[in-house]
Design a protein around this ligand. Structure first.
Ligand code: RET
Length: 292
């Protein structure tokens, strides 16, 4: 069963806005890829995996959104007499590709959080196992639920509505568990964080909370609003969620990693700090001074 996007016709601007935000997302992720690759050397080796993961996330997400962009353009044709984009018989637009991409990116994003927080050994793998299991179950149960969109949007008389809510509800339980775990790890990291990095970690937690919550809202759109405008709103929600949860999150983590590297006295990070805060370059070895 296809997503509710396939049952509607689109005014010119509705169709256009959607293809433009797909293009924006691909461009943003390719730009992000360059950023993460070039700033990798500015952080201490123990945090570098975070940049590598961000680069992986950029590539996989850029490919997936590019796929959606092609699919969107192929699935509809412009009817000049009606002034509408109508579905191309035989073509189906599907948000399922998003869920496939999240199966890679959700475990990756949570892993990079653990890396920058400084988890290692047993504690790292314990948290990693919980994050990955809960993340995949959250995505795959939601994936099943979205197949019941035609019923919940009123486009099918034969399909049941209940599974949309049941699978969505089960997925939400896993989501709440992940939020609890993220809060715990960001507020109880293995090493004591400096006030600056602790503040950054709290901001990263808040960003994750807001950005990730846009995904269930996008899932709910067909249950509350069915029109070409609702489709624009849903794709804007997905786009905002994607850019913040992958790109902005990655940039914030790479900054936190750089600040930790500076505090640990890592040379290349100190050099970058010198460029940004020339007034502070006088006392680069603060981290090694004995505590007063
Ligand atoms: C679903 C189904 C409905 C209920 C909930 C969902 C949560 C999805 C989330 C996705 C996060 C994706 C990320 C991707 C990054 O690449 C599956 C929509 C709660 C939280 C962070």
């Amino acid at each position: 069963m296809p997503n509710f996007e396939n049952y509607l016709e689109y005014g010119y601007w509705h169709f256009d806005v959607i293809r433009h935000i797909f293009a924006l997302t691909v461009a943003a992720f390719l730009a992000g890829l360059v950023y993460f690759a070039l700033t990798m050397k500015d952080v201490a080796p123990r945090y570098r995996l975070s940049n590598v993961i961000s680069a992986v996330v950029m590539v996989s997400a850029a490919l997936e959104i590019f796929q959606l962009w092609l699919l969107w353009n192929r699935s509809f044709d412009y009817d000049a007499t009606a002034g509408l984009w109508t579905r191309n018989e035989g073509m189906i637009f599907s948000n399922g590709y998003r869920y496939a991409n999240w199966s890679i990116d959700v475990p990756m994003l949570l892993t990079q959080l653990l890396v920058v927080l400084g988890f290692t050994g047993r504690a790292f793998w314990d948290n990693w196992g919980k994050f990955t299991t809960a993340g995949l179950l959250m995505i795959w149960t939601g994936y099943v639920g979205q197949y019941y969109e035609p019923a919940v949007a009123g486009f099918s008389d034969t399909q049941a509505v209940a599974p949309f809510w049941i699978w969505g509800g089960v997925s939400t339980l896993f989501y709440l568990y992940i939020l609890y775990l993220v809060y715990s790890v960001t507020h109880n990291p293995p090493d004591r964080l400096s006030p600056q990095v602790a503040t950054e970690m709290n901001r990263i937690w808040l960003l994750l909370l807001c950005a990730w919550t846009l995904y269930p809202l996008a899932y709910l759109v067909p249950a509350v609003w069915v029109s070409d405008e609702a489709v624009v709103v849903r794709q804007v929600l997905f786009t905002t969620a994607d850019i913040t949860s992958k790109l902005v999150f990655g940039i914030m983590l790479s900054r936190a990693a750089r600040h930790r590297s500076i505090e640990e006295g890592y040379g290349p990070s100190l050099a970058v700090q010198g460029e940004i805060y020339p007034d502070r370059i006088e006392r680069p070895h603060r981290a090694h001074e004995p505590a007063e």
